[in-house]
Write a protein that binds this ligand. Structure first.
Ligand code: PGA
Length: 248
């Protein structure tokens, strides 16, 4: 499985700034790795980015979608429109969506299904809070997020899982390799039990949460880590490229 580096820019970078950043990224990241790089820009930057990236092998996705393609859903993103604009992927259930915007597993399950219907690859983000980890609930939380989040999933189509412990996102507190090893093994095994072997083996499991150039190498070598979802350190092309170089 080819390693994936995904940049989650969150609510950062104007269209102008995105254009600068993407040009820097295209320049700095070796061309043979472009197809393994995935950028999630802020919505208003999608237009400029889409037309530039359509001429490259780098791809982009949206940070969120609504389950419906159209209708009276003020402020929402349509999976169908995103597809038309050239998106290939969509983040679903990022911890900020779950915690700041109260998105529940059942709602996220509908988004996974809608994304797949439009041939977008859902990146289902899962992860436990510090409190859940400390009260020994990590596995049950992950299991619930997978079980409900993937309940309408078409296992004939691709999906990506991103394991992002909530306590490691944007905090500088990266998970220990042993913690990542355990969580990713749990996810892989759960996918094997839930679906056919083939789907479980083919599904990339990304790690996210304070990935930086100095921890990327060790984390990239952990079994079942098939890529990174990077927030803060993806905002500068240079630091993102350092992560890529460190995890080759
Ligand atoms: P971080 O964010 O790399 O800044 O911790 C990761 C994410 O939110 O996907």
């Amino acid at each position: 499985m080819r390693f994936i580096w995904a940049a989650n820019w969150k609510l950062n970078k104007s269209p102008k700034e995105s254009l600068v950043a993407i040009n820097e990224l295209l320049e700095q990241v070796p061309k043979n790795l472009h197809s393994q790089v995935l950028v999630f820009p802020q919505n208003f930057s999608v237009g400029v980015l889409a037309s530039l990236l359509s001429k490259t092998s780098m791809t982009w996705g949206a940070q969120n979608i609504h389950p419906e393609n159209e209708g009276a859903f003020t402020g929402e993103n349509s999976p169908k429109i995103l597809k038309e604009m050239g998106a290939t992927h969509v983040l679903i259930g990022h911890s900020e969506r779950r915690h700041l915007f109260a998105e529940a597993n059942e709602f996220l399950a509908r988004k996974v299904s809608s994304a797949q219907k439009e041939m977008l690859i859902p990146v289902l983000c899962i992860g436990e809070t510090l409190e859940e980890r400390e009260s020994n609930k990590t596995k049950s939380v992950l299991e619930e997020q997978l079980k409900i989040g993937l309940q309408f999933c078409d296992f004939q189509k691709p999906v990506i899982i991103a394991y992002e412990p909530v306590w490691a996102i944007g905090t500088g507190k990266v998970a220990m390799p042993e913690q990542v090893l355990e969580a990713h093994a749990f996810i892989r095994n759960y996918l094997k039990e839930m679906t056919q072997q083939d789907f479980a083996e083919k599904t990339p499991i990304l790690y996210g949460g304070s990935v930086k150039a100095d921890n990327a190498e060790i984390l990239s070598k952990v079994a079942n880590v098939n890529g990174f979802l990077v927030g803060g350190a993806s905002l500068q092309a240079e630091t993102f490229n350092q992560i890529i170089q460190a995890s080759l």
